[in-house]
Design a protein around this ligand. Structure first.
Ligand SMILES: C[S@@+](CC[C@H](N)C(=O)[O-])C[C@H]1O[C@@H](n2cnc3c(N)ncnc32)[C@H](O)[C@@H]1O
Length: 348
């Protein structure tokens, strides 16, 4: 969005009223009390009927006085109700904490999960702002996001499922929007649980493929369940290391925004090396808008805090690819995503 003045008010058109006061916008107390309630499973414990703070404290192994003070705050901001007998219940807003209905994802609020801890790494934003290159998650917890996720199988499976759900909505269109069959074989670099590769193989019966991801287990299961084991395999490995060479295409789907510029060059460079002069590197992603205003600043800042990454425009990805000798050969739209075909600048 261009920043211009609106003559009638003199207000920049880039000003976006949220309808909330500065006090509400800058509050940390409500977000933290909601997170504590979710972490202690208070919404689940009161969804079937109100409970007193004392009973909830006993059920959650918490201090009754502190818990009651937290719950009182949540009554004040409209998340909980409290009846005359001191029993706390859920308002219609609080009921949204029971499940992911699209309005809010409770996973991001539960401080006992990797996603919840990742959100809490925003405490390090001042350090990140000053240094520019600290990764908040690693600084806060002493280990990287992906390593932590690998230690928590249920969180890792949930992460894969969220990724797979987003992919499933678009995989048909991605499969139809590009001539994947002409590649003969593809390596899906960081291909998660194999949802994209399985979709490509179903649509292109002559195609073979390999997922390379930190843990080959989830993609192996997907291929087995889809009856694709004859044409698909999964390897545990890192795209920060050299990739298996010789495939016709190296797919990089929703990877670049998780990494800083230097790492993106490394990943694309490994793809380019493995693809050689004849192979293609195919970036599949939803790129940031070019206009200079971040349309999805929340995701952009999450990428920054969790991984030191960023939401990039197509032009920014094209420039990083050019740094490792890759040129854009074609661009195609698939649903709301883009398929960017790259190949060696020296190749055809
Ligand atoms: C945002 S998800 C994208 C998954 C999939 N490509 C998609 O579009 O649905 C990022 C993926 O990168 C994988 N990953 C993270 N670090 C990796 C590494 N060093 N080597 C290989 N895969 C990695 C994660 O396990 C995860 O599956």
């Amino acid at each position: 969005m261009a920043i211009s003045e609106t003559p009638a008010t003199g207000q920049s058109t880039s000003e976006r009223g949220s309808g909330r006061t500065l006090r509400e916008l800058s509050d940390l107390i409500t977000p933290m009390t909601i997170r504590v309630a979710v972490t202690l499973r208070i919404p689940q414990k009161i969804s079937g009927g109100g409970q007193t703070a004392e009973a909830l404290a006993a059920a959650t192994n918490s201090d009754p006085d502190v818990l009651e003070r937290i719950l009182f705050h949540l009554v004040g901001v409209g998340v909980l109700t409290r009846d005359d007998d001191g029993r706390f219940g859920l308002t219609h807003v609080g009921a949204q904490l029971l499940e992911d209905d699209g309005a809010v994802n409770p996973d991001f609020l539960d401080l006992d999960t990797v996603a919840g801890r990742a959100e809490l790494s925003f405490i390090r934003l001042p350090d990140v702002a000053r240094s520019g290159d600290i990764v908040a998650y690693s600084a806060q917890y002493g280990t990287g996001f992906w390593d932590d996720l690998g230690k928590e199988p249920s969180s890792a499976a949930h992460f894969d499922q969220v990724m797979a759900d987003g992919m499933q909505k678009r995989v048909q269109e991605i499969a139809e929007s590009y001539d994947w069959g002409a590649l003969g074989s593809v390596v899906d670099v960081g291909g998660g649980n194999g949802t994209l590769l399985a979709g490509l193989l179903r649509a292109h019966p002559g195609l073979r493929g390999t997922v390379v991801d930190r843990d080959a287990g989830p993609a192996t299961r997907t291929f087995r369940e889809a009856g694709l084991t004859g044409r698909a395999e999964a390897l545990s490995g890192s795209f920060l290391e050299p990739l298996p060479p010789g495939a016709g295409g190296y797919v990089v789907s929703r990877i670049q925004s998780d990494w800083n510029d230097a790492d993106v060059r490394t990943i694309l460079g490994h793809c380019a090396d493995a693809a050689g002069a004849a192979g293609k590197v195919i970036v599949v992603d939803e790129f940031a808008a070019e206009e200079g205003v971040r349309t999805d600043s929340e995701t952009d800042l999450r990428m920054l805090m969790y991984y030191g990454g960023k939401e990039r425009t197509m032009e920014q990805v094209r420039a990083l690819a050019a740094d490792v000798g890759l040129s854009v050969r074609s661009l195609r739209r698939a649903a709301d995503w883009t398929i960017m075909e790259l190949s060696s600048a020296r190749g055809g």
